[in-house]
Ligand binder design. Structure first.
Ligand SMILES: Cc1cc2nc3c(=O)[nH]c(=O)nc-3n(C[C@H](O)[C@H](O)[C@H](O)COP(=O)(O)OP(=O)(O)OC[C@H]3O[C@@H](n4cnc5c(N)ncnc54)[C@H](O)[C@@H]3O)c2cc1C
Length: 378
């Protein structure tokens, strides 16, 4: 059966888009080079977070977080979901002021956040060091295990009547006859559809070199199991501020209690890196920044460290929408460190655009055409 739409890439973004399109009545074929969720989706942290570095970012996060609530209700027991909330920890008065402002911004959007005084912090989270300036607690944030969720979404697609092709790499796209687009596989098979959604993460540039998505390396480590010792996701107020060292490395503590009792410790950001080798300097800096907030980590057993490449875009916002110069080709990539959080909003926005419907939130900040400035093929 010929599909109406082909989605290339079964990470959290492609899998979300495929399910959403199939639910909207489009016969959907999802093609994944390996297994759903095994790309960057398996290398990140899985914090579902209301991040507010810009109004657009917060819009996308809040819309997606509401969709995540429904997803979790409909999939009980899937994806190691823990409603941890987030404690944004301030180490000095300047950070505390920023934390208070964050709480106000979130409250204005009916997203619950409260300022925590230093004397209440140790009761709320005894593992935190003494002497912190305070924190903001955001109760609606949670943590999930993303690869399991992407895998489940691919399964849901098939249950809904869609098609899934795993272990098959798309090596090129071609404009077909009429208004169709064809995808060519490594084994020389070819599939055509009216629409092709490229959600291949960093693999997008192999198919569409003009799409400006690039790798931003991040280091993580995970401990042995210590159940019950940490309740909230702990994030430094430094997070997202990109305070860089000379070699472009920026680090901010981000410690996540997993459903398994493990502590997942992040994270760093570094551009211009070409491999996922673990750098002792970077992972050392990540651990040091986490230990500064949670001293007991120094005596805990870290069992694994790794690095992953976030698919980033030049302006920090994802690309969601039509390719400006290739009719029938759609893009969903460049979500950097928020791809899990914003996956469901991405899928909803892309589906609405593809069906010619009004999007739930303004799609203009995410349109891929913003990087093309009217130049054909960029
Ligand atoms: C260190 C780190 C921490 C992070 N923490 C968080 C967090 O706490 N919260 C959050 O929201 N986000 C976080 N992220 C970001 C998040 O993980 C990513 O934004 C998200 O996983 C990107 O998903 P994706 O589907 O675009 O990419 P991927 O997961 O990489 O999926 C792309 C898929 O496409 C497939 N593919 C590629 N090329 C082809 C081809 N030619 N043919 C067929 N298939 C192809 C690949 O096999 C892959 O499965 C983090 C990322 C990192 C690295």
């Amino acid at each position: 059966m010929q599909p109406d739409v082909i989605v290339v890439g079964g990470g959290i973004i492609g899998a979300s888009c495929a399910v959403s399109l199939q639910q909207a009545g489009m016969r959907t074929l999802l093609i994944e080079a390996a297994q759903p969720g095994c790309g960057i989706t398996a290398a990140g942290m899985g914090h579902l977070v209301a991040l507010d570095e810009s109004v657009q970012e917060l819009d996308l996060c809040l819309f997606s977080l509401k969709l995540w609530r429904d997803w979790v209700d409909q999939h009980p027991g899937i994806g190691q979901v823990v409603q941890t909330g987030t404690l944004w920890v301030a180490e000095n008065d300047a950070q505390l002021i920023e934390a208070q402002q964050r709480a106000e911004r979130l409250n204005q959007r009916q997203w619950q956040a409260e300022v925590i005084r230093p004397e209440d912090l140790s009761q709320l989270e005894p593992a935190l060091r003494q002497g912190l300036a305070g924190a903001v607690r955001v109760t609606g944030d949670s943590v999930v295990y993303p690869p399991v969720i992407a895998y489940r979404m691919a399964h849901d697609l098939v249950q809904l009547g869609g098609q899934l092709l795993c272990g098959q790499r798309v090596n090129s796209l071609r404009q077909g006859s009429g208004s169709s687009v064809s995808v060519m596989l490594d084994d020389d098979r070819q599939f055509s559809a009216q629409h092709v959604v490229v959600a291949a993460g960093l693999g997008t540039t192999t198919l569409l070199p003009e799409i400006p998505v690039f790798p931003r390396k991040g280091h993580l480590a995970i401990t042995d199991r210590y159940p019950g010792r940490l309740r909230h996701q702990i994030v430094s107020m430094d997070y997202g501020q990109h305070n860089m060292t000379e070699d472009g490395l920026s680090v901010a503590a981000n410690v996540q209690p997993r459903a398994t009792g493990q502590w997942l410790i992040g994270s760093s950001r570094q551009d211009g890196q070409s491999d996922t080798q673990v750098s002792p300097v970077a992972i050392g800096a990540v651990l040091q920044s986490a230990i500064r907030l949670l001293p007991c980590l120094a005596t805990m057993h870290v069992i694994r460290s790794w690095a992953g490449m976030r698919p980033a875009s030049p302006d920090g916002q994802p690309m969601i929408g039509a390719h400006p110069h290739r009719p029938g080709v759609w893009i969903a990539t460049g979500h950097e460190g928020l791809g899990v959080t914003t996956a469901l909003a991405t899928a909803d926005m892309l589906t609405s655009q593809l069906l010619g419907k009004t999007t739930a939130i303004d799609a203009a900040p995410y349109t891929p055409s913003r990087f093309f400035n009217g130049v054909t093929g960029r």
